[in-house]
Design a binder for this molecule. Structure first.
Ligand code: CP
Length: 330
């Protein structure tokens, strides 16, 4: 049984297969490939794009979806092994995941990082709990470690723009925020770009390192695909000649000694038109959304000629159709 909770599930071959299917279907009529299929969606955290795009995928494919918002008309769910459940969490995922699996053909889960410990978030306890305890394919709608559907949509956007992504210089640029954000989106952009053979440059201030296991996985993809992954704290160096600037806020690494206020300490990292001065002339701007204007990214970028954020959001629909096809056609 296949799962789609991380880029490693696809592998480099799966990334290409899914992208090719997404592109083919994007250019043609909507296939009715999900007749009688039901997707169960479990949201521990809010969403706009993810929920709407998955519901659209199921409806347009001839299937249907069940949406459960944990704690909002649905029991709060415990995931800890050995927990004494004398608090507000009335049900354990040990029961919830297999029960839901009896009703649906796939289970999709959104659960954000705790932000307390990078090691704990890297272990991805809730997503892996559903993956291990459920009896149907599991899809990540963003977890503590990864957001693979977003990464694939980002890669599709770059592929459509530039034709090929092999050797493409792309820059993942840390951005400021009002609060520490999870690392799932930067992790997935890095992993997906590396799996496609891009020349990936990761730029962040000191103390905001991504988890060593994610970096090692990205380096392994790059080695397989003949690409590269480099890290710098010099944003100008990272944007020199780049074709993609992908801005994203994320919180300090743990343990780094930095407190939550550190995300506000580098206002010069606000992504602004000047960051495109030394980029390639045809460079594009990407962001997963939602974005805080003039905190993470300046209006001049989001309203400027570089911006592809709406195309990325549309591409969530196209790649998710293809991911579900890849999951079910085994
Ligand atoms: N990019 C993304 O996952 O958006 P939502 O949080 O709105 O689903």
């Amino acid at each position: 049984m296949r799962h789609a909770t991380g880029i490693q599930d696809f592998g480099t071959a799966g990334v290409e297969e899914i992208l090719a299917q997404a592109l083919a279907w994007k250019q043609g009529p909507h296939p009715k490939h999900l007749v009688d299929k039901i997707l169960g969606m479990v949201f521990f955290n809010p969403s706009l794009r993810t929920r709407a795009s998955f519901e659209a995928v199921m409806a347009r494919g001839g299937g249907s979806s069940i949406v459960l918002e944990v704690g909002n008309g649905v029991w709060k769910l415990e995931d800890r092994e050995g927990a004494v459940m004398n608090g507000d969490k009335a049900e354990h995922i040990k029961e919830a995941a297999p029960v839901l699996s009896r009703y649906v053909d796939m289970l999709a889960v959104r659960t954000f990082a705790s932000g307390v410990s990078d090691d704990a978030d890297n272990a991805d306890p809730v997503m892996n709990g559903f993956r291990n305890l459920g009896t149907v394919p599991t899809i990540s709608m963003e977890s503590a470690r990864e957001h693979p559907c977003q990464g694939m949509a980002d890669l599709l956007t770059a592929r459509e723009t530039f034709g090929s992504t092999k050797g493409l210089p792309v820059t993942l640029a840390w951005a400021p925020h009002i609060k520490p954000l999870p690392k799932a989106v930067p992790n997935s952009f890095l992993l997906t770009a590396a799996a496609a053979g891009c020349e990936v440059r990761v730029a962040h201030p000191k103390g905001f390192e991504l988890h060593p296991s994610v970096m090692a996985e990205a380096q392994a993809f790059a080695k397989t695909m003949g690409g590269s992954v480099t890290v710098t704290s010099d944003l100008d160096q990272a944007t020199e000649g780049t074709r993609v600037i992908y801005a994203k806020a994320w919180g300090p690494s743990t343990p780094s000694g930095l407190g939550p206020e550190a995300v506000k300490a580098h206002p010069e990292w606000l992504c602004s038109p000047r960051h495109f001065d030394n980029a390639a002339k045809d460079a594009i701007f990407m962001h997963c959304l939602p974005v805080r204007r003039n905190v993470e990214v300046a209006d001049g970028v989001l309203d400027g000629r570089w911006c592809r954020v709406v195309d990325e959001a549309e591409n969530r629909f196209h790649v998710q159709r293809a991911i579900i096809q890849w999951l079910l056609n085994t």
